[in-house]
Design a protein around this ligand. Structure first.
Ligand code: ZN
Length: 174
C-alpha cells in the first residue's frame, strides 16, 4: 500500500489534524457553555470512553466528534491514499463510538454526541437546549406546579452546580 509519508511522518501529520480539529470544537463548546452559564462540567475526566465534557453530578457525557474521524454522513471525506487502511480505521472509530455509547448508557449515563459541523451560530440555541434537556433543566422549568420554594424543598437547589437549577441526580457508580 503506497503512502506519500513514512509511517512516522504519517502519524505525526494525522495527530496534528486530530489535535487541532478537536481542540477548536472543544473550545467552541466550552465557550457556548460559559455563555449560557451552564455549569457543573469538567473536561478530560477519567470516564470510560474519554468524553470531551463530563457533567459528573448529572451523569452526562458529551463528545464532540470531528466530521472526518467519526465518519460524519455529510462531510466525511475518504482519503485517496491507503484507502483500505482508512476504511478500516474510520470504521473502527465508529464502532468504538457505539461501544462507548452503549457502555456509558448501561451504566446510567446520558450521552450526547455533537458533530464538529454543528458549531455554527444558527445552531447555538438548538445545541444549548439539547444540553439543558439532557441535564434535566426543562423538566424543572416547565413544571408550573413546582414553585421555587417547593423546588428547594424537593432538593432542586438554585445554587446547584448545574446552572439550570436541577438538584443532583442520585448517583450510580459505573
Ligand atoms: Zn459534518
Amino acid at each position: 500500500m503506497p503512502d506519500v509519508f513514512t509511517k512516522a511522518k504519517r502519524s505525526e501529520v494525522m495527530s496534528r489534524i486530530r489535535g487541532r480539529g478537536n481542540k477548536d470544537t472543544e473550545l467552541a463548546l466550552a465557550r457556548l457553555l460559559r455563555r449560557h452559564r451552564i455549569k457543573g462540567w469538567r473536561r478530560h475526566q477519567a470516564v470510560f470512553g474519554k468524553p470531551d465534557f463530563v457533567f459528573k453530578q448529572a451523569r452526562l457525557a458529551v463528545f464532540v466528534d470531528g466530521c472526518f474521524w467519526h465518519g460524519c454522513p455529510k462531510h466525511a471525506t475518504k482519503p485517496k491514499h491507503n484507502r483500505a487502511f482508512w476504511r478500516r480505521k474510520l470504521a473502527a472509530n465508529q464502532q468504538r463510538d457505539q461501544i462507548v455509547n452503549g457502555t456509558l448508557r448501561k451504566a446510567g449515563w446520558r450521552v450526547i454526541r455533537i458533530w464538529e459541523h454543528d458549531f455554527v451560530k444558527k445552531n447555538e440555541a438548538r445545541l444549548r437546549r439539547r444540553i439543558q434537556r439532557a441535564l434535566g433543566c426543562d423538566a424543572v422549568k416547565a413544571s408550573p406546579v413546582l414553585s421555587a420554594p417547593l423546588r428547594r424543598r424537593q432538593g432542586f437547589r438554585a445554587s446547584s452546580r448545574n446552572s439550570c437549577g436541577t438538584g443532583p441526580r442520585p448517583a450510580r457508580r459505573l
